[in-house]
Design a protein around this ligand. Sequence first.
Ligand code: GLV
Ligand code: MN
Ligand code: MN
Ligand code: MN
Length: 412
Amino acid sequence: MSALNSADTQWVSDGIAHLSTLVDSDLPGWSRTGFSEQDAAARDWIHGQMRALGLSVSTDPVGNVIGRLDGQDPNAPDIVIGSHSDTVPGGGRFDGIVGVVGALEVIRMLQRSDVRLRHGLRVVDFSNEEGNPQGVKLVGSRAVAGTLGAQALGATDDEGRTLAELMAAGGRSPEHVASARWDRRDVAAYLELHIEQGPHLEEAGASVGVVTRVCGISTFALEVQGRRDHAGTTPMATRADALCCAADAVLAVQRIGASGTDTVGTVGAVTTSSPLTNTISEDARVTGEFRSPDERQLHELQRALAQTVPELDARHRTRSELMWKTDVPVVMDEALSNLAIAAATNVGHQALRVYSGATHDSVEMSAMMPSAMIFVPSRAGRSHCPEEWTDLVDIGHGVDVLAEAVRLRDQA
Ligand code: GLV
Ligand code: MN
Ligand code: MN
Ligand code: MN
């Protein structure tokens, strides 16, 4: 039995509903991309909510909103809870947001229940978890972990604009990124509540999941060089059509992505600098990614694509170059995950252990401190789309588990 009152689902629902009004109406779904005007408005609102709850609050140079509830022992390192309030373009109302509003409700539950923790409790709305046109994900949590370096800040979008420029245009101060870094001696544990974004909890009829590991991601860019020629006069048999090679590469990624256990492969874009119907494409760029729970398997997927590309070049008379960036899978902390499962039991739920094919701020946090994640079901497993949905009753259960996990960790 928990000593805490249950989550106030109406308050959580109102918070999620309010954030769903702070969106870019020029984009589909519920869009609040990192460093946009709407992102700043949402972070200001969360800052205000934290102040109203009596937390000491700051927004750091990269836009992380951080509130802190004092604990009884000033020497005890903080327990950290939170997630992100930014969305993908055309996204939904729950991804990340449930974990931020849920963390605020945990503060309210402690206050309603007159429970004073020994540890300080740090609540975070991480900045730009979803990434940006520059291709950098987990921006806020990387800054906090000290892994947002010059290379990431200098990454460019298709127009040559750097991440640092995007951040500055959004009112943040990338030149002060170093001061966003946390001292790992100040933090004890990270607990993140998130929607599953996949179908497993719903299929199993489970209200709550605890994450075993978070996917590794190998992102690639394939640059294909063909030959520019007249589309009406060049025989089909002698062409070097970069776009045809790219099309074959897209299907190779689909085939390779399906080859392992829990592996996936996705192409995000195919572009060419000469989008003309009367001229054969001399170049094409294919960007995509593979994901896997297993690092060795991730390397297998990379190897399979690397072996396929020369075959495609031979077929299409093209020359291609393949470039990679890999983030390895991360195992969540066993003891803290067991504590989250015990917390679920205490509040009446049997938690299912699940793998996360989406990445999370917990990946960066796990390099600093023991980290664990609590999942709640996604209807039909849909996410990163306007149809994304989690029932309020399940969100409430997730918040109950998060609050109880904080209480158990505080006593550990
Ligand atoms: C973000 O949600 C990701 O998993 O890439
Ligand atoms: Mn998310
Ligand atoms: Mn997401
Ligand atoms: Mn994500």
